[in-house]
Design a protein around this ligand. Structure first.
Ligand SMILES: *[C@@H]1O[C@H](CO)[C@@H](O)[C@H](O)[C@H]1NC(C)=O
Length: 285
């Protein structure tokens, strides 16, 4: 009895600790959502799951401390759904960011982003007119394009240096015209039509050197936002999968311990069982 209780207590304490990286992931996403990702609703499931794990494992912990079988049962019952929700979230995160990536461009380090390479629910969501209006102003207000500027002795970096820069999907999609347009580099966010004819990509006409417009209306910018969402969702998914594996292992341990407590409880004479239940000193490691 004592060992099982201690075990459940320990398991719950560790699950409690596990909620911290999940919550951290959610908060990290919401910070990014306000700065670079500009999608505000996606981090909520994670924060809810993290808080649930925290509350439920505290309940289980208290249950183990005080030998309260109802709390232990509640822990197992609710944790089952929390684990199911986490699995659902991981599958969802992979499914919606499944397709699409940047394209390699000749003689460039950075990738170009094309909306046609993306599909599915997240794309529909991002390209929805009303929603895109919000994301666009968020990208603009985040100053991501302004911050892209690099200066050497007071002058912008050379075209060659720019060609060999790595750019984030949003920087590439929103802050410069697509490479195929053949514009000539002046600085990172200033491009003038070159000698080459303008490519057939409609984004080429949408490009504007007005620093408030740039390529924020371009399809490439939408693709860039989808690209950066994919990056941050994948990062968060790695944490989630690690937490899920540990959570499942501990769930199995807690379940076995709970079964043990129940069995021993049934074996024990009624008086003794009652005494154990009301005796809080039974939590010692
Ligand atoms: C590029 O030049 C324009 C015009 O001088 C300026 O407004 C803009 O801030 C510059 N862009 C960057 C990224 O420095």
């Amino acid at each position: 009895m004592r060992t099982s209780n201690n075990l459940i207590g320990l398991v719950n304490f560790i699950t409690f600790l596990l909620s911290i990286p999940i919550l951290g992931g959610g908060i990290w996403l919401s910070n990014r959502a306000n700065s670079t990702d500009c999608m505000r609703f996606l981090q909520w499931p994670l924060i809810v799951i993290g808080i649930s794990i925290m509350v439920v494992s505290l309940a289980g912990f208290a249950g183990a401390c005080y030998g309260n079988k109802f709390l232990m049962w509640l822990y197992l019952f609710v944790m089952f759904f929390v684990i199911a929700a986490l699995i659902g979230f991981i599958i969802f995160a992979y499914a919606v960011t499944d397709k699409g990536s940047g394209r390699f461009v000749m003689n460039r380090r950075y990738l170009d982003y094309y909306l046609g390479d993306y599909s599915g629910w997240l794309k529909d969501r991002v390209t929805d007119d009303g929603y895109w209006g919000q994301i666009r102003s968020c990208v603009r207000d985040s100053g991501v394009c302004r911050k892209m500027g690099r200066r050497l002795h007071g002058v912008p970096e050379t075209p060659l240096m720019f060609n060999f820069r790595r750019l984030s999907p949003v920087e590439s999609g929103c802050c410069k015209p697509p490479t195929e347009c053949g514009y000539t580099y002046v600085n990172e966010t200033m491009w003038i039509p070159g000698g080459d004819m303008i490519g057939p990509n409609p984004d080429c006409m949408l490009w504007n050197n007005d620093q408030r417009l740039l390529c924020y209306q371009c399809s490439s910018c939408k693709a860039g936002v989808l690209g950066i969402l994919k990056q941050s969702w994948r990062k968060v998914s790695v944490i989630n999968i690690a937490v899920l594996i540990i959570l499942v292992i501990f769930y199995v341990i807690a379940y076995a311990a709970y079964r043990n407590v129940k069995r021993m409880d049934n074996d024990e004479p009624a008086g003794e069982a009652r005494m154990t239940k009301s005796h809080p000193s039974h939590f010692e490691i």
